[in-house]
Ligand binder design. Structure first.
Ligand code: PA5
Length: 455
């Protein structure tokens, strides 16, 4: 039976950490009116198809096409799937892969990977890494997926040029269509020109369209994330069901019923009224570590804005930080408890792991280890999470908790969908455009100019 993820904000309330650091019932009551107004605007924008991320999971034709193409490519002896893409074109599939595939996936045998390819996400242009990937991935056994919404990001285009030349040289021009797929903006009238279109035409490549009303960091449930997910054998139907389940909750107008709105309101209030200018996401599960990385981009690029709707300078946005429990207890928690009280924490908890590792009755000569005997790593991890949350509370640090009953395609999709809606609502509360990224575009233009292109 599929289960809902749970959101608990009780430790971010004034009753837990005091009025200076937690939200009060009055503050939540006051913000409710603004949330209701923002809800009406978001619903209107959704109905007008201004922002498409809400409804990607309903696009049955797209999901079907993705599955069919994945089935067509999979039996090709494809041992490696290489993503060429950056930012929103890379972080979503990375998060899904780490969450849903087994640990050390690329090191497993073919059978251990259920005959699915290894995954390499090339979201940087470090020459050492790129060269190493090319050596590990022989062209005849590799499928490359170049992903760029704009179709002009210099990093992705440079990677593509290297790969196309290598494929042509080693396999011949005609073979490219079996080893390269592109995902980019559609060829619609009025759509910006993507440099991936002429590439697809020249080599007869399969090409997936990213809807124009879906931004890079909101695109995980478009072909950007879903084609690689299908190639890797993830359960797309469960993901769509997870999105639908969360959409039903996130379509509720009130804070009490809508976990995304509740979290957005708490983050906004704590930032603007209690000085929590940083938000830390700390999963207590290795599998969720890249969800924190994905969220970091979503929150930073969406809310970090100089101008508000009125064109006034506001310099909005919390700084998102990713951490990992328990690892970062031994690196960051000292700062989190005793450093500046300028952070709100989100702990990601897993209700039940798929495996239990028992701590044996070993080292009997060491009495000091009695408390660990015959327990499990699972129990120790839960105790560490509880210990850190209690310690943060003692230091008056506000904490929210999200619990995934299990980690699977259904619950992870719920989580990502909720965080997207949370970000959209937070944009309304900060009164900034959560869907553009002028600060990123500027840097891209300057780099292109420095390389001798048009700036
Ligand atoms: O969220 C965004 O829009 C960005 O992070 C982009 O995904 C990133 O800059 C890559 O752009 P593109 O997909 O156009 O290559």
């Amino acid at each position: 039976m599929e289960q809902n993820i749970l959101v608990d904000i009780s430790r971010a309330k004034a009753s837990a950490v005091g009025r200076d650091h937690g939200v009060t019932p009055e503050e939540l009551g006051e913000i409710e009116g603004r949330v209701l107004e923002a809800h009406a605007v978001l619903q209107q924008q959704r109905a007008e198809r201004q922002y498409g991320f809400f409804d990607l999971y309903r696009d049955a034709a797209m999901w079907q096409a993705v599955k069919e193409e994945a089935a067509r490519f999979s039996p090709n002896g494809c041992e490696n799937l290489v993503i060429l893409g950056i930012g929103g074109s890379a972080l979503g599939i990375t998060a899904l892969h780490t969450a849903l595939n087994p640990p050390y996936y690329n090191l497993l045998s073919g059978a251990g990977r259920k005959r699915r390819p290894r995954l390499f996400v090339m979201d940087n242009i470090d020459p050492m890494t790129f060269r190493a990937m090319l050596r590990l991935c022989p062209p005849q056994k590799t499928l490359f997926n170049a992903i760029s919404k704009s179709g002009e990001t210099a990093e992705t285009m440079a990677q593509l040029m290297i790969v196309v030349e290598m494929l042509e040289k080693k396999l011949g021009k005609d073979a490219l269509k079996d080893h390269l797929v592109v995902t980019t903006s559609p060829r619609a009238e009025g759509a910006p020109r993507s440099l991936l279109h002429p590439v697809a035409d020249a080599y007869g490549l399969t090409s997936f369209a990213i809807p124009l009303n879906v931004g890079g960091r909101f695109s995980v449930f478009s072909p950007v994330g879903m084609f690689p997910a299908a190639i890797l054998g993830m359960d797309l139907d469960a993901m769509a069901a997870g999105c639908a389940a969360m959409d039903a909750r996130c379509s509720q107008p009130s804070l009490a019923d809508n976990p995304a709105y509740l979290r957005a309101a708490v983050q906004y209030l704590l930032d603007t009224r209690k000085g929590k200018t940083m938000t830390v996401m700390m999963p207590y599960a290795d599998s969720l570590r890249d969800v924190a990385d994905w969220f970091r981009q979503l929150w930073a690029e969406s809310l970090g804005k100089r101008l508000n709707y009125e064109g006034e300078e506001v310099y909005a946005g919390q700084t998102p930080i990713k951490a990992l429990g328990v690892t970062d207890q031994h690196s960051q928690v000292q700062l989190y408890r005793e450093g500046p009280n300028n952070k709100v924490f989100t702990m990601l908890e897993v209700g039940r792991f798929d495996k239990t590792v028992r701590i044996p009755d070993a080292l009997q000569q060491v009495e000091g280890l009695n408390y660990l005997r015959n327990k499990s790593l699972n129990k120790l991890l839960a105790a560490e999470l509880r210990g850190t949350m209690d310690a943060l509370k003692m230091s008056a640090r506000p904490v929210m908790r999200i619990t995934l009953p299990r980690v699977n395609a259904h619950t992870v999709a719920q989580l990502l969908y909720m965080l997207e809606v949370e970000t959209a609502m937070a944009g309304r509360l900060y009164r900034v455009n959560a869907f553009d990224q002028p600060g990123v575009e500027e840097g891209k233009r300057i780099a292109r100019r420095l390389m001798g292109g048009e700036g």
